[in-house]
Design a protein around this ligand. Structure first.
Ligand code: ATP
Ligand code: MG
Length: 360
C-alpha cells in the first residue's frame, strides 16, 4: 500500500496565500509520480484575517490541532497594517517553533541552474552547502535587564544561555548531515577569540562531537572571517553549524549569495520527530506585491522538496529540485519579475509541476 503522509498547509498572509497553492500543486505532482499519498488539510489561522476575527493568531488548541500531522507546510505570516509584526510572529510561527521543539533551522545554500548569483564568477555546482542554525537558546535568551536606569551608571545586561543538551543536539544533527554528504566537511562558527565564556564552550562541545564522527573533516571559523568567506569562497563549505545569533545572520547571508529571496527555502526541524517539523520559504508576506499574482513560488516549492526529504521521499525531493532547475534554465517565458521575467506565480508553479510529472 502506498505510504500516506498528513500535511497541514497554512498559507498565512500576503503572498503566502499565492505561493502555498503552487507548492501544493508541485507536491501533488510529486506524490502522483512517485507513488505516495499526501493528505493535505488547510488552515486559515496564523494570519491577519484570523486575528481580526478572533483577536488571536491561532486557536487555543492549536497544539492538538497540528500535533498529529507529519509536517506543516507554511507560507508567510505578517500584515503590519492589521497586526504588529511582533504580535503576529510571536503568536504563531515562533510559538510553533518553540512548543514543537524545532531546534534545528536548516537552510540550503545552493546555486540552482538557471538562477544568477549576485556573486560574479560562480556557477551552479560551485555553491552547495547547508547552514544549520541552533533555534532555541544561545544569544536569544530573555535573561537580563537594566540597572541604574536613568543615571550615569546605566547598565544593560543580556545573557547568552548554552546548555549541554541544547548545544550537543544541534551539533549532532549537523555532524549527521555532514557524514551523509559526499564531501563530509563541517565548519562550526565561533568567536572564541573575543567571546571568552560561551564560545569556548561551544568549541569544546564541537570538538568533542567531532571525535564521534571520524569520517567528517571538521574545523572552526570565526564568525567575522566566515561571513567574508561566504562571499569570497563559498565553494569551500559543505555543512556550517552555528549558534542562534550567528546562525540567524549566516542563514540570511547564505541564500542572499545564491539568488533572489524569492527562491530560498527553509526548514524548522524537530529531529526527534516527537512533533511535526515546519517548512517555509525564507521570504515574508511581501505586502508590496501581495495580490498581484507575481510572487516567485520557487522558495515555497523548494521548501516542499525539503519536506519530502524529511518525510523520507528522497527521490521525489530530488525530482522537485531538478524540475525547478530545468524550468528556470529552459523556460525564460515563465520567470516571475524577481527572476527577470514577466510571468505569473501560477505560470511558474504550473510549469514546474508539469515538469515533475514529465520527469526532469
Ligand atoms: P519579514 O518576513 O522578515 O517580515 P519583510 O516583510 O521585510 O521581512 P519580505 O516579505 O520577504 O520581507 O519582502 C522583502 C522584499 O522581497 C519585498 O520587496 C518583497 O516584494 C520581495 N519578495 C519577497 N518574497 C518574494 C517572492 N516570493 N517573490 C518576489 N519578491 C519577493
Ligand atoms: Mg514582513
Amino acid at each position: 500500500m502506498a505510504q500516506r503522509y498528513r500535511v497541514a498547509a497554512i498559507p498565512g498572509d500576503g503572498i503566502g496565500k499565492e505561493v502555498v497553492p503552487e507548492g501544493l500543486r508541485c507536491l501533488r505532482a510529486a506524490a502522483d509520480t512517485y507513488g505516495f499519498a499526501l493528505d493535505v488539510e488547510e488552515f486559515g489561522f496564523a494570519s491577519a484575517d484570523y486575528w481580526v476575527r478572533h483577536g488571536r493568531m491561532m486557536p487555543e488548541d492549536w497544539r492538538d490541532v497540528l500535533g498529529g500531522f507529519d509536517a506543516i507546510f507554511f507560507g508567510a505570516v505578517g500584515w503590519p497594517e492589521a497586526v504588529p509584526d511582533h504580535v503576529s510572529l510571536w503568536g504563531s510561527l515562533l510559538r510553533m517553533r518553540r512548543d514543537f521543539d524545532q531546534y534545528v533551522n536548516l537552510r540550503p545554500v545552493r546555486l540552482l541552474r538557471g538562477v544568477r548569483s549576485p556573486l560574479r564568477d560562480h556557477r551552479p555546482g560551485d555553491i552547495d552547502f547547508y547552514v544549520v542554525r541552533e533555534n532555541t537558546e544561545g544569544e536569544y535568551s530573555s535573561i537580563g535587564g537594566r540597572i541604574f536606569e536613568g543615571t550615569e551608571r546605566e547598565t544593560v545586561l543580556q545573557e547568552t544561555v548554552m546548555t549541554r543538551v541544547g548545544v550537543d543536539r544541534v551539533l549532532r544533527y549537523a555532524f549527521e548531515l555532514a557524514d551523509a554528504r559526499p564531501r563530509r566537511r563541517l565548519t562550526w562558527a565561533t568567536k572564541s577569540n573575543g567571546i571568552s565564556i560561551s564560545m569556548p564552550y561551544w568549541d569544546e562541545r564541537a570538538g568533542e562531537m567531532a571525535l564521534r564522527y571520524p569520517r567528517v573533516r571538521a574545523d572552526k571559523d570565526h564568525i567575522d572571517i566566515l561571513a567574508a568567506k561566504f562571499v569570497l569562497r563559498p565553494e569551500q563549505y559543505d555543512v556550517v553549524v552555528a549558534s542562534n545569533l550567528f546562525g540567524d545572520i549566516l542563514s540570511d547571508l547564505g541564500p542572499a549569495c545564491t539568488g533572489t529571496i524569492g527562491v530560498a527555502p527553509s526548514a524548522n526541524i524537530n529531529p526527534d520527530r516527537r512533533y511535526p517539523s515546519l517548512f517555509e520559504p525564507v521570504h515574508g508576506s511581501a505586502p508590496d506585491i501581495a495580490g498581484l499574482g507575481v510572487a516567485d513560488p520557487v522558495g515555497q516549492i523548494w521548501s516542499g522538496a525539503m519536506m519530502l526529504e524529511h518525510l523520507g521521499e528522497s527521490a521525489a525531493a530530488a525530482a522537485v529540485v531538478a524540475a525547478i532547475e530545468s524550468v528556470l534554465e529552459e523556460h525564460p517565458e515563465v520567470r516571475t519579475p524577481d527572476l527577470g521575467g514577466d510571468a505569473t506565480t501560477v505560470a511558474l508553479g504550473s510549469a514546474i509541476a508539469r515538469r515533475i510529472t514529465a520527469g526532469a
